[in-house]
Design a protein around this ligand. Sequence first.
Ligand code: B1M
Length: 209
Amino acid sequence: MAADLAALTAAVEAGDRAAAAELTRAALDEGLDPRSVLAAMTAAMDAVGRRFQDGELFVPEMLIAARAMKAGAAVLEPALAAAGVAPEFTAVVGTVEGDLHDIGKSLVGMMWRGAGLEVVDLGVNVPAARFVEAARERGARLVGLSALLTTTMPNMRGVVEALRASGLPAKVVIGGAPTTPEFAAQVGADGHAPDAGAAVDLARRLLGG
Ligand code: B1M
């Protein structure tokens, strides 16, 4: 199969897992920058979100598109990671309690790996105590919190408070569509990133890189 980023976008949007994985593989085999491959897939998810808002498609279609993106991302991840250097710092990342959206959080984790961090991905629906436990066990210098729902973003405050109370030295970065820099400041986080690329810049800044 030949590399075709437009076809990759279309495959993710249509929820075609096999094509998403194959087109990702073809793009990497032809030497395309893994970041442009990632951009082709995120463009598809943006389109899915817009169509959902317009009532053109519903939750099951969103879920199927998300799974196709994950299939492509699984192929892409080693290439992003390969662009990095040996991990100097460990980051813990997860989606806060009550929230099941994992694509943005996983992308941030992938990009952080690509930037040379060791990343412990706790998944979705993660309680505050689990973030603290993992940060302590893994000696994390960075904790990333994601929330996609206006109803779950307040749970970020509890995670930040639990991390501060633990005395661990980890910096806390938050992100996710409804979050803002102002909200990050309100909950006491060290920073906010609007997207996965910005999350890399912010991590580097906070870790002194
Ligand atoms: Co949901 N959903 N969803 N959903 N879903 C949204 C978020 C929504 C905006 C759709 C809409 O109405 N237009 C809306 C939220 C409205 C609101 O709160 N204001 C919504 C809703 C309402 C819901 C349900 C309540 C629907 C229902 O059941 N009635 C339900 C909630 C379930 C729950 O979590 N408890 C629900 C369920 C689902 C699915 C399970 C079907 C599926 C998720 C599948 C999965 O993740 N495995 C899903 C999806 C796919 C979406 C949309 C379409 C796409 C989300 C996504 O993956 N985007 C979304 C609409 C949209 O965002 N356009 C929507 C692609 C991803 C790359 O972007 O996650 O924003 P994003 O991440 C970006 C940045 O935000 C940032 O970087 C990422 C990459 O650049 N970022 C960080 C994210 N985390 C970060 C962390 C950082 C830094 C940056 O530092 C640590």
